[in-house]
Ligand binder design. Structure first.
Ligand code: UT7
Length: 330
């Protein structure tokens, strides 16, 4: 079976209506707009409504991506959702979204957990499955409701994250040198305890005690994650460029994972690529983990920053600790 090239046919994103500003947060936890903005670049984030689920947000982003791609739900035969905040441990969010969008029952549907690198992992997985010729059109979604796993009394984490969803449609093409040119994925499993949720899984199921001690909330050693993030995202970017024989200045636009503006600025310095080649929306959404690159890609396109033929780099880093980069000729 021949290996087909794959490309992104359309994108979509969704952000919940509720905006939570730094000023508002500083009334409930000991922090300030000044601290949050200077340390992270975040000004506000979106918070899902209590009954708004990850599958609701993912389905809306997916609807918009289908419309953008001019692809009908009946053509989708693969749904991959990257998330660390599924509606429930089972079934997969992908199955709920399949149902919500009336995607046919012959579609393979599953979730994938690579935290903030999830969108790139899911994109790579979808592209590999389509390249094989066994699937025709994939719906790739990154969706998170991180507000549901935050300790709103812990100022070291609750100010950083937000909710939302990003999606894209992936298909095959016979056109050469276009679409996904390559990816580099990896992980440092030994550093898993720098960013994790200790409870609520099979190792430490929810009990009154685990809930009382906040084991179902995100724990993060921010400073250590920061240092690793900068080093590893820089390496992941360099590796993929080198593998494909490109220099950083040939990149028209980098879509980095939106965790912290200072991380993005450091990568810009390391790659010697000016900040105007980096898409940034962390100021408006905070860190939306697996949704971040999908939302940023969609917003970059809608802002006219992505043109046919452009060389683009996606790069991410997250819990696991996972990392990923992808090189795309649009
Ligand atoms: O998606 C990938 C995963 N996540 C990341 O990439 C996050 C990576 N890390 C970061 O973005 C940064 O490390 C943070 C934004 C989390 C923190 O910035 P920092 O410059 O590394 O600050 P810090 O953790 O060293 O804290 C400095 C001080 C501490 O006080 P002391 O010990 O110096 O007295 C903190 O207690 O700031 C204090 N602090 C706060 N103060 C006001 C921590 N959080 C807050 C807060 N408001 N929200």
């Amino acid at each position: 079976m021949s290996i087909l090239s794959t490309l992104i046919l359309g994108t979509g994103s969704y952000a919940p209506a509720r905006i939570l500003t730094n000023e508002e947060l500083s009334k409930t936890v000991e922090t300030s707009n000044e601290w949050i903005f200077t340390r992270s670049g975040i000004r506000e984030r979106r918070i899902a409504a209590p009954l708004e689920s990850v599958s609701d947000m993912g389905a809306e982003a997916a609807r918009r991506a289908l419309e953008d791609a001019k692809v009908s739900a009946s053509e989708i035969d693969l749904v991959i959702v990257a998330t660390v905040t599924p509606d429930a441990p089972m079934p997969a969010v992908a199955c709920h979204i399949q149902h919500k969008l009336s995607i046919p029952s012959n579609a393979a549907c599953f979730d994938l957990n690579a935290a903030c690198s999830g969108f790139i992992y899911a994109l790579d997985t979808a592209c590999a499955m389509i390249s094989s010729g066994r699937y025709k059109k994939a719906l790739v979604i990154g969706a998170e409701k991180l507000s549901s796993v935050l300790d709103w009394k812990d100022r070291t984490t609750c100010v950083l994250f937000g909710d939302g969803a990003g999606a894209c449609i992936v298909g095959a093409t016979l056109e050469p040198n276009i679409g996904l040119l390559g990816t580099k994925l990896g992980a440092f499993g030994g550093s898993a305890d720098l960013l994790y949720i200790p409870g609520g899984g099979s190792n430490k199921p929810a009990t009154p005690d685990s809930i009382a001690s906040g084991d179902h909330f995100i724990k993060m050693k921010g400073k250590e994650v920061f240092k690793l993030a900068v080093r590893v995202m820089d390496e992941a970017a360099r590796d993929i460029l080198e593998q494909h024989g490109y220099k950083a200045d040939q990149i028209s636009l980098v879509i980095p994972h939106q965790a912290n503006l200072r991380i993005i600025e450091s990568i810009s310095q390391y790659l010697k690529l000016p900040m105007d080649r980096f898409f940034v929306n962390v100021d408006r959404y905070g860190n939306t983990s697996a949704a971040s690159i999908g939302i940023a890609l969609d917003e970059a396109r809608k802002a006219g920053k992505v043109k046919k033929g452009d060389l683009m780099l996606l790069v991410a880093f997250g819990a696991g600790l996972t990392y990923g980069s992808a090189l795309i000729r649009w």
